[in-house]
Design a protein. Structure first.
Lengths: 271, 228
């Protein structure tokens, strides 16, 4: 009986090993890794971009692809989140952060190219009011009773959240506004909350309010730049293999070039 | 509307492929574990059971965190994998398969274990008397008699694998065409205000879940009838 169950157990172990091996092979085939398959890598890059860049980079990437033939896969997320993913080995070839400091940190770690570092803009805040709510023209107006809940990105992880919190703290009625804050995961999430009417107002990225993709109809006003410190925003190459580095370089050069610059300016980014 | 459907086709097929592989792996491993847990008498059985059940009760972010720590590029396993294959394990479709498998596993194990324990031990004893090995008994009697419960477990595991978000987004990321599964595409669509894509993606996931639960109910209720 003992020997039978021993055979049984070893068969079970063998079965388990075979399954794991098969699944790893299967899940690898038919899918593309940016790091493997030279043929695909010659025509494709992955750009990890901060969520405020969604409208602008969707346009830049489309223009770049039609000009160069290099396909761009855009992966949007919080800047801190994307940085962590790159540190953990994510196949991201270009990192466009909402905060230059995060890119510089990757350069210090040897995970991004110093020579490719390019400041494409500065954090710019806009105040958005939900539909059916009296438009707020300045942050100090947010202390009014009609604004019950106000969304900003989480200051601990999002550059736009940090700037928004600073602007609130520098406003006279700041402490009253702080009590009404709802912290969103990132700046795109803050905008979503005000679009759905779940909050009455939000402090978001100017670039997101210039989007023409879903017709943007909410009332917005610029937040005075004197209320928050200038946060530079930068892009750098994080590609590992040589072909991806070349493609990534082409993308960064395109972003710096006339077409890229024009698009970025249309969305409120100025180097 | 058409653009929204087109943007969902990639995540849809990726999800289907990831879920199919994860379901197969979770089923084989899960039924194996369930059998050992139901029949085996060994020290530490409760501990093994607790560990394999963990993914049900752990927040997916905690599961994702530990998987990233265990399999990431700085971990011994991640580095060994990179040396062997030349590519990282995390932030690839493989990572999505791993997250989905681990999320599905406890559901398969729980349902399969209950089904295996429900099989009349006299049938199994009779087979042993007739000279069959433990493996033969399992293959010819226990597993065939438990097949409804096993089916229910596999169906639940499939649904859980298809729906995984938290662990997947942490170890596989959100890279369209590579690791952006349907639940992540829904999240991405909500964030970017693409309401049609969000609505359609959510509808696909909702209807799949309803169908799976109907299958599970059919399997388990008729199964109980037989045993009564």
């Amino acid at each position: 009986m003992r020997s039978i169950s021993a055979v049984n157990r070893s068969r079970f172990t063998a079965c388990v090993m075979a399954t794991i091996a098969t699944s790893l092979v299967l899940s690898g085939c038919g899918t593309t890794d940016a790091s493997s398959g030279a043929n695909r890598a010659t025509r494709e890059i992955v750009v990890g971009a901060a969520s405020d860049l969604r409208p602008a980079f969707t346009k830049v990437a489309a223009d770049f692809t039609s000009a160069s033939g290099i396909r761009v896969t855009l992966s949007f997320g919080g800047s801190g989140q994307l940085k962590r993913q790159i540190e953990d080995g994510a196949p991201i070839d270009v990192f466009a952060s909402a905060d230059r400091a995060l890119v510089e940190n990757l350069v210090d770690q040897g995970l991004a190219q110093q020579s490719s570092l390019y400041t494409y803009g500065y954090v710019s805040l806009a105040l958005v009011t939900a539909q059916g709510i009296a438009p707020a023209s300045s942050i100090s107006a947010l202390s009014g009773a009609e604004y019950r809940r106000i969304a900003i990105a989480n200051p601990a992880i999002a550059p736009y959240g940090r700037a928004a919190r600073q602007a609130i703290d520098r406003t006279t009625a700041g402490s009253e506004i702080v009590d009404k804050l709802v912290l969103a995961e990132n700046v795109a999430d803050a905008l979503r909350l005000v679009e759905s009417g779940d909050v009455d107002a939000a402090i978001v990225a100017t670039s997101l309010t210039k989007s023409t993709l879903p017709p943007f109809s909410l009332t917005t006003s610029e937040v005075s730049t004197s209320l928050y410190d200038a946060i530079p925003q930068a892009v750098a190459i994080t590609a590992i293999n040589d072909q991806s580095k070349l493609n990534a370089r082409a993308f960064v050069e395109f972003l710096k070039g006339p077409s890229g610059k024009m698009t970025m300016q249309a969305y409120g980014f100025r180097p | 509307m058409i653009a929204a459907v087109a943007s969902l086709s990639e995540p849809f097929w990726l999800s289907l492929r990831v879920t199919a592989i994860a379901t197969v792996v979770a089923s084989v491993l899960g039924i194996g574990f369930a059998y050992v847990l139901a029949k085996g008498r060994f020290r530490g059985r409760s501990l093994v059971e607790a560990i394999v059940t963990l993914p049900i009760v752990l927040p997916p972010t905690v599961l994702g965190y530990y998987l990233l720590t265990l399999l990431g590029v700085r971990s011994p396993i991640g580095q060994a994998f990179q040396r062997l294959t030349g590519s990282a394990l995390v932030f690839t479709p493989r990572a999505a398969v791993i997250a989905a498998t681990i999320s599905a596993l406890p559901y398969v194990i729980r349902a399969a274990r209950a089904a295996i324990e429900n099989v009349d031990e006299r049938c199994e004893a009779a087979m042993r008397v007739a000279g069959h090995s433990e493996f033969g008994v399992a293959r010819l009697v226990t597993l065939p008699l438990a097949k409804r419960g096993l089916g229910a477990g596999i169906a639940l595991g499939f649904a859980r694998a298809l729906g995984d978000f938290g662990a997947t987004v942490m170890i596989a990321g959100n890279i369209p065409g590579k690791t952006q599964t349907l639940p992540i595409a829904v999240y991405d669509a909500v964030q970017s205000g693409e309401s049609a894509a969000a609505r359609n993606g959510a509808l696909i996931l909702l209807s799949t879940a309803v169908v799976v639960l109907l299958i599970v109910t059919a399997l388990t209720s008729r199964g109980n009838g037989e045993h009564a």
